[in-house]
Design a protein around this ligand. Structure first.
Ligand code: R5P
Length: 285
């Protein structure tokens, strides 16, 4: 692996343990002002120091993240359809590698839609992006989006999608956790990280992260289960404890509850945007 590419990748997946915590805040690129990400700066700022890398679009990077804060950036460069449009899989590369270099990013991210109408185009886009990014030593994260193919979210389908992404040259693959996740990881020769998916109760989300990492995931690229929690900072810290601290589910959840009770002002700093939906965890006796 070229030095530059290896160096960039090691900002995202830490070489000491092969793991990373990526904070996903790119949802607006097809969902618009997603709940609790309406004012991105407010959501992102308190979480920045707890993530290894930040995944987002150039628009939100330029407007909502302090350029002086040294967080490695994973730049989403694909898009072109919205949640109310006809076909979510109709994506193209929308941000140039030149602009990504100007933004000093550590990796590029794009979605592939295996099994969907635009499977072919998105896979060819991935191949072309890898060709161009490798010229400059920039790794590519392939997001194996399922969209309307959600019913196919099983080890067989996700192994297929992840393996194809790796075959096309992706350096990291993001997918969903599923039963028999070991099969997905073992048949993919590059690191696999998991998306969190729609908001769950905090304990369930921690369980998801724990199960994925235990099955061999190289970490998480988690969004809604962190910043849609009423306690985003305790949540990202608990996820971090699982990914980097090897803690088990109960220990991580205890940490989450302790942080909520110890530091409510810090916990609720980003919670001024919309109504609360998460139950406050009970105080430990
Ligand atoms: C989806 O395509 C987006 O790229 C998100 O970054 C991804 O789904 C991870 O976010 P969440 O944990 O909210 O699912």
């Amino acid at each position: 692996m070229d030095w530059g590419l290896q160096n960039r990748l090691s900002r995202i997946i830490k070489p000491n343990n092969g793991k990373g915590v990526m904070l996903a805040v790119d949802h607006g690129y097809f969902l618009g002002p997603t709940e609790r990400l309406e004012v991105p700066r407010k959501t992102i700022q308190p979480l920045l120091k707890y993530c290894d890398s930040l995944m987002l679009t150039r628009g939100i990077l330029r407007t909502s993240v302090d350029a002086r804060f040294p967080v490695p950036v994973v730049l989403r460069v694909s898009g072109g359809s919205s949640i109310i449009g006809e076909d979510l899989s109709n994506e193209k590369i929308t941000t140039s590698v030149k602009d990504a270099i100007r933004l000093n990013v550590s990796a590029l991210a794009m979605s592939i839609f295996v099994g969907a109408k635009n499977e072919h185009n998105t896979l060819v886009n991935l191949g072309n992006l890898v060709n161009e990014a490798e010229e400059y030593g920039i790794p590519v994260l392939a997001v194996t989006a399922v969209g309307k193919e959600l019913e196919k979210r099983d080890a067989r389908y996700l192994s297929l999608a992840c393996r194809i992404a790796a075959e096309f040259g992706a350096h990291v693959v993001k997918t969903y956790y599923c039963e028999d996740f070991e099969k997905v990881v073992n048949s993919c020769p590059v690191p696999v990280i998991i998306a969190g998916g729609p908001k769950l109760q905090e304990r369930e989300a921690l369980e998801l992260a724990y199960n994925a990492v235990t099955a061999g995931a190289a970490g998480v690229d988690m969004g809604r289960n962190i910043w849609q929690s009423d306690y985003p900072v305790p949540m990202i810290r608990a996820v971090r404890a699982i990914v980097h601290g090897n803690v088990k589910i109960n220990e991580a959840y205890d940490l989450f509850k302790r942080l909520c009770n110890e530091n409510p002002s810090e916990s609720t700093i980003a919670r001024k945007q919309t109504k609360n939906t998460t139950k406050k965890p009970k105080k430990k006796k």
